[in-house]
Design a protein around this ligand. Structure first.
Ligand code: CA
Length: 243
């Protein structure tokens, strides 16, 4: 089912923002889609994960709103499959706040999480904030930063551990970029959240912990003996020397 403007082919104009809404509750999917359409997006709806993966590969959206509970493959598996070929921003919808905890233990690859019921207005605000993040550095060239085996190249938006390129979500990269740009500075969760959401977030600091947990796993940083991303008790996080 498509909610694009009539007659508009899937995957067409490059200057319009595209969203894919993946939700099997049709009325909710439509409410979300309506908000995005009113905000100028072209929107496609998928009612299950397999259709969503197919749709995302064809329509190359900027944003995917992805419900966790879906018939067939669930939101986690759907997100993983999408991540193999797309760097779209992914907002995952969950039914309970504690489901976000479960997602900590999994390399899901979502950029943000929203617990139902939520206001579509807030969803849209978060998406808009994500889209405002620069995806490539303009202005002065930024040299790669090295922390032991870890190399962060801000201009290429590339992270390596030794010679291995690490695949990070845009949010994970932005967190590591912020931390490594000012090593030794202890960032509060609120500061990091503000950095990755450009001040638009409703302030669920816990989301930062989810992303940091995933980031640490991907760069091989043991949370109990971290070398790269250190926990600053009672504050948040800072970059480790890792030399
Ligand atoms: Ca659902």
């Amino acid at each position: 089912m498509t909610m694009s403007r009539p007659g508009q082919p899937v995957g067409a104009p490059a200057d319009r923002l595209r969203a894919v809404v993946v939700e099997d509750e049709a009325p909710l999917a439509r409410v979300i889609a309506d908000y995005f359409v009113k905000d100028g997006f072209d929107v496609d709806i998928a009612g299950d994960g397999e259709t969503a993966v197919e749709l995302v590969s064809r329509s190359r959206p900027d944003v995917v709103v992805l419900d966790l509970m879906l018939p067939g493959i669930d939101g986690i598996e759907t997100c993983r499959r999408i991540r193999t070929f797309s760097d779209a921003y992914v907002v995952m919808l969950t039914a309970r706040a504690d489901e976000v905890d479960k997602l900590v233990g999994l390399s899901v690859g979502a950029d943000d999480y929203l617990t139902k019921p939520f206001s579509p207005r807030e969803l849209l605000a978060r998406v808009r904030a994500m889209l405002r993040r620069p995806r490539a550095g303009l202005g002065e060239a930024k040299p790669p930063r090295r922390f032991g085996d870890l190399t962060i190249d801000p201009d290429a938006r590339e992270v390596r551990v030794a010679a291995r390129v690490v695949e990070l979500t845009p949010t994970e990269f932005d967190l590591l970029d912020a931390l490594s740009a000012r090593p030794r500075m202890a960032f509060s969760r609120g500061q990091l959240l503000e950095h990755v959401s450009r001040g638009q977030s409703s302030g669920d600091d816990h989301v930062v912990d989810v992303h940091i947990a995933n980031l640490r796993r991907k760069i091989g940083d043991d949370p109990k003996a971290s070398r790269y991303v250190l926990t600053v008790r009672g504050v948040g996080y800072r970059m480790g020397e890792a030399g």
